[in-house]
Design a protein around this ligand. Structure first.
Ligand code: ME8
Length: 517
């Protein structure tokens, strides 16, 4: 396959670790599915992949919810985390490690990280006076507030004053600006980079309050009783504690760090593109290659969010439409870097137009014609007609290149658009070649065999490309078209399907969903 590294190169990708304050919705599913698709894509290309996800379980918000429910915080998070794992299992998420911030290995590492930054002078003790947004667990200065409210979520903030530890974020301001200048694609999309530079870095960074004493559900600062580590320092550290950094429980740090990419939602870019690199600089560790800040799924004009309650449950959609269709839809319908307006109508229309009409139809027509005209196995004797065949074949090869280039840019939508365009060409090729007319003439059997081979081969290559997106449905495609070998299921070189492949007609892969209209 193109791009296959000679020696196994590594690829480390992560999702944010989720707050288990309530069950997850399709907004969370969106990012995790995207990371899963990328992890599967890189594995398919021969990379040694480490795909990390998990849960971010500390903080006052969790402590408060647990209290309200009358359970200990640990018991509360255990319950919700079990649901998170189940959802990822249902969605076919192929993570390599699931890190929990209540995991003893993570706790130990965070204590060591905090102490290391204290020992090198980057963390010092002072008094915190400011505004605190409880739902976001964010501290703000007066000037950062918008209309006196939290600039992230728009909710009320409260006054806070306490003895606290501070991280010398201000010291890293120029280094961070230089980082953005030296590595222009460190933070993508471009618009997020400008936002960080104009709203935070250039106006000047203030030191960051990194410990709290007003609640206890957090990682204790091990040299000062009563202080717990600020939840973002705790959470961000997961990307290295999960690789065994400063703990003997996990491994992989030498092999996989620095990360190739952290996928994060746009509202937490600030933490990942400013605080996280500054922490790593303080620890003397290499920085991740890229932070990708994706957009939000929006419902009725507002961000889908558990606190506002306008959420859509992925379990219900998966049950109704199938896991693969849901995975496909999430990445096909919206550009990854921008917000996407979710609606069930859109989901249905994507399923109908791409999966039922284009992919499903091409598959069922091709397989049933091969069955009907050749008793499921083509002739070995082909008769190409370059004028009709070459455009389809060269477009197929170009599609693979376009797909790969889009995937390398994390442009999932562009990658899928390329595949869908090729499926349309293949469907049109059926109309142009009219196999049912060729079938009437015994002398045209080699020609008919060529036509059907081209269709099967287009389907096979589309299925290889779609495998990371729809791991289950594509297996069924391989079975139906007789692409049984590993090579036939992974190689994108045209002509890999053996001429003697035996097709097996199966169920209609994607049914058209009836709509009111
Ligand atoms: O932020 N559309 O956790 P979280 C797209 N614990 N993405 C969405 C979304 C939506 N409607 N709603 C949420 C946290 N997300 C921290 C992360 S990482 C060290 C710590 C995304 O559970 C959101 O943008 O609130 C974020 O990237 C992720 O879900 C987790 O959100």
């Amino acid at each position: 396959m193109s791009n296959t590294p000679e020696k196994k190169e590594t690829f480390f990708i992560s999702t944010p670790i989720y707050y288990p304050s309530a069950s997850l919705h399709i907004g969370h599913t969106y990012c995790t599915v995207a990371a899963d698709v990328m992890a599967r894509y890189k594995r398919q290309k021969g990379f040694d992949v480490f795909f990390l996800t998990g849960t971010d379980e500390h903080g006052q918000k969790i402590e408060d919810i647990a209290k309200k429910e009358g359970v200990a915080p640990q018991e509360f998070v255990d319950g919700v985390v079990a649901g998170v794992r189940e959802l990822w299992e249902l969605m076919n998420i192929s993570y390599d490690r699931f890190i929990r911030t209540t995991d003893p290995a993570h706790i130990l590492s965070v204590q060591r990280i905090f102490r290391a930054m204290f020992d090198n002078g980057d963390i010092y003790k002072g008094v915190y006076k400011g505004k605190y947004c409880k739902p976001c667990e964010s501290f703000w200065t007066e000037t950062q507030l918008v209309d006196g409210k939290c600039p992230d979520c728009g909710r009320e903030v409260s006054d806070a004053e306490e003895e606290a530890y501070f991280f010398r974020l201000s010291k890293y301001q120029n280094l961070l600006i230089e980082l953005y200048e030296d590595i222009p694609d460190f933070l993508e999309p471009e618009s997020r980079k400008n936002e960080m530079l104009n709203n935070f870095l250039r106006p000047g960074l203030e030191d960051l309050c990194v410990s709290r004493t007003t609640f206890s559900w957090g990682i204790p600062v091990d040299f000062d009783e009563g202080h717990v580590v600020y939840v973002w320092v705790d959470a961000l550290s997961n990307y290295i504690t999960a690789l065994g950094y400063e703990n003997g429980t996990y491994d992989g740090f030498e092999k996989f760090w620095p990360a190739n990419v952290h996928f994060v939602g746009k509202e937490i870019v600030r933490f990942h593109a400013i605080i996280w690199p500054a922490m790593l600089m303080s620890l003397g560790l290499p920085l991740p290659e890229k932070i990708f800040g994706h957009g939000w799924l929006v419902l009725g004009g507002a961000k889908m969010s558990k606190s506002t309650g306008n959420v859509v449950d992925p379990n219900i959609l998966a049950e109704k439409y199938g896991v693969d269709a849901l995975r496909y839809f999430l990445l096909r319908a919206f550009p990854f870097g921008s917000d996407g307006d979710y609606s069930e109508d859109l989901l249905v229309s994507v399923i109908n137009s791409d999966l039922a009409n284009k992919l499903g139809n091409l598959l069922s027509r091709t397989v049933s014609m091969t069955e009907k005209y050749f008793n499921s196995r083509l002739l070995d004797d082909f008769s190409p007609e370059p004028q009709l065949d070459e455009p389809l074949i060269s477009a197929c090869t170009a599609t693979v290149r376009e797909f790969d280039a889009a995937m390398e840019r994390y442009d999932f939508q562009g990658a899928l658009e390329a595949v869908v365009a090729q499926l349309s060409r293949a469907n049109k090729y059926i109309d142009d070649t009219a196999p049912w007319i060729l079938a009437k003439e015994p002398s045209k059997r080699p020609r008919l065999s060529s036509v059907l081979y081209n269709l099967l081969e287009n389907l096979r290559i589309a299925a290889v490309l779609l495998t990371p997106f729809m791991p289950t449905a594509t297996k069924e495609i391989f079975t139906q078209i007789g692409a049984d070998s590993d090579e036939a299921q992974t190689d994108t070189v045209y002509g890999t399907l053996p001429a003697k492949a035996v097709v097996r007609r199966g169920e209609n892969l994607f049914q058209r969903i009836q709509t009111e209209e």
